[in-house]
Design a protein around this ligand. Structure first.
Ligand code: UD2
Length: 307
């Protein structure tokens, strides 16, 4: 099959591209390299690169039949969405509408969208199921939610099938430790490798559902290839299904770095931080046959080895 991966040179997109290629598919990556990096991608006879902003792409930029599009290109930063809401709106929401139009023009039967747990805001119940009310507390979360709604509407109108994957806290190789949207794991691993102190915002009892990037790539692959009715929409959480506190995370990391122990500093909670997060993944499991394969410890070990 032939898939388009927008944001395919980025952290998650490059792992998805690798998996699709190793499963024998053809991939066209679209990336404007704003945060992506061509070094993330292998040289492969079935891989085509289009270095372009997805919202500027024209149907004639693509050749051959396309069986599905995975849309991961975005400004994936809560902070940036507050600082530059109009720019984030363009890169997150308007770009998704451009993607939907591309699906229409190229007759693409499946759209898979990288949504976010940010659509829930402060969860009212754990684990968080897709039925829980969505109440975004950042422009980023709101943009992701509205993207889902646009895609659902157009899927029904145009007859393609849509899968929105609500990503929880993704970690793994190629996640940048120095960017404004760096995840806590990439920041902590980077610091601990250099023996530098780490900072916990709050008391470290807050929990997150950390999912290894290759499990996420697997979830996207299933979402691209599972048989679904045309015109249908499916929303699935994509997490590990377990929650881990920051204190537990630091304890696991310390066992990975037995030689040099970093000091831990505590600072006040970050504004807008949620306290707990854990995905109910039964929908992804029943609808997409998705099971996470990497425990936090095994994922961390691969991440540390890759650096
Ligand atoms: C995640 C997503 C974000 C959005 C949000 C929705 C990542 C990287 N970010 O933000 O895009 O979807 O969920 O709820 O997945 N922390 C420290 N020290 C540090 C860095 C972070 O203590 O040096 C804490 C931070 O205050 C938070 C926890 O670690 O309590 C996780 O932070 P994060 O930035 O990795 O992810 P999160 O859940 O805020």
């Amino acid at each position: 099959m032939h898939f388009i991966v927008t944001g395919g040179a980025g952290f998650i997109g490059s792992h998805l591209t690798e998996q699709l290629l190793s499963d024998g598919h053809h991939v066209t990556v679209v990336d404007n390299l704003s945060t992506g990096n061509l070094q993330n991608l292998p040289e492969h006879p079935h891989l085509k690169l289009l270095i372009k902003d997805i919202s500027r792409c024209q149907p004639q930029d693509f050749t051959g039949q396309i069986d599905g599009l995975a849309h991961l290109a975005a400004t994936p930063s809560v902070t940036q969405s507050w600082l530059q809401p109009l720019k984030a709106h363009h890169n997150n929401l308007s770009a998704t509408i451009a993607v939907i139009q591309l699906c229409q023009a190229l007759n693409i039967p499946r759209l898979v969208f990288a949504s976010s747990a940010a659509v829930y805001g402060n969860p009212t119940q754990l684990p968080i199921s897709e039925n829980q009310q969505t109440y975004p507390i950042s422009p980023y979360g709101l943009q992701k939610l509205v993207c889902e709604q646009y895609a659902k509407l157009f899927a029904k109108q145009l007859g393609f099938s849509f899968v929105g994957l609500r990503l929880f806290n993704v970690y793994g190789p190629r996640q940048q430790p120095n960017s404004p949207y760096s995840g806590v794991i990439s920041i902590f691993v980077n610091a601990m490798q250099q023996g530098l102190p780490i900072t916990i915002y709050g008391d470290g009892t807050q929990t997150r559902d950390f999912i290894y990037v290759k499990d996420v790539a697997n979830g996207f692959t299933k979402a691209l290839t599972t048989l679904l009715k045309s015109g249908s929409s499916l929303i699935c959480n994509l997490g590990n299904g377990k929650n881990t506190s920051l204190v537990e995370l630091v304890d696991i990391l310390k066992t990975c770095f037995p030689k040099h122990q970093s000091a831990t500093n505590f600072m006040p909670y970050r504004v807008g931080d949620i306290q707990h997060s854990q995905a109910d993944i039964s929908n992804a499991s029943s609808m997409l046959n998705f099971t996470p394969h990497w425990s936090l410890k095994s994922g961390l070990e691969i991440l540390i080895e890759s650096r």
